[in-house]
Write a protein that binds this ligand. Structure first.
Ligand code: APR
Length: 173
């Protein structure tokens, strides 16, 4: 099952996977960071579709087509804004991963890629976010064998090092 997880450095908008996950905001109307990159790469039809979805609560996920992206689907999820850890941020981030994987499986995706949700503008501590991402994904894969691969896409060196360190800590005997 852990063989289904891979960690890479790169731009999620370039990935040839069935579904990429977008770190969106509650409006689903686009923004900066990975949200901006995904909307730019997908083209204006993406916004036309997400506008009709009518928003997404924090921790939940909504699917759309990928349009000009290599990915067939975009799973939009809204991570928690880090406010010190006392406002359910960790549970909400875990919900993002589980709900995004569920939405991808519901659409028949076999390969899914995540950015480091909430660790940019939303300020979630990177190592803690990586631990939550890994644990939630490993737990999901233990109960759902329809997925072939889950990719964590790190956008910088620090994120890559952190994700690899967390992952090796989880799989070492
Ligand atoms: N590919 C992969 N990862 C990326 C890319 C990219 N093209 N661009 C940015 N990232 C990484 C960032 O380096 C960070 O590690 O995605 C992670 C999430 O950062 P943000 O995009 O800032 O997302 P988040 O912290 O969840 O904040 C969401 O930012 O862009 C707005 O509309 C968005 O309001 C929402 C908020």
């Amino acid at each position: 099952m852990k063989g289904k997880i891979r960690i890479i450095q790169g731009d999620i908008t370039k990935l040839q996977v069935d579904a990429i996950v977008n770190a969106a905001n509650n409006s689903l109307l686009g923004g900066g960071g990975v949200d901006g990159a995904i909307h730019r790469a997908a083209g204006p039809e993406l916004l036309n579709e997400t506008r009709k979805i009518g928003g997404c609560p924090t921790g939940e996920a909504r699917a759309s087509k990928g349009y000009k992206l290599p990915a067939r689907w975009v799973i939009h999820t809204v991570g928690p804004i880090w406010r010190g850890g006392g406002q359910d941020e960790e549970r909400l981030l875990a919900d993002c991963y589980r709900n995004s994987l569920t939405a991808a499986v519901e659409r028949g995706a076999k390969t899914v890629a995540f950015p480091a949700i909430s660790t940019g503008v939303y300020g979630f501590p990177l190592k803690r976010a990586a631990e939550i991402a890994m644990k939630e994904t490993i737990g999901f894969l233990e109960n759902e064998d329809s997925l072939n691969q889950v990719t964590f896409v790190c956008f910088g060196d620090e994120a890559l090092r952190t994700y690899e360190e967390v992952f090796s800590g989880l799989i070492s005997p």
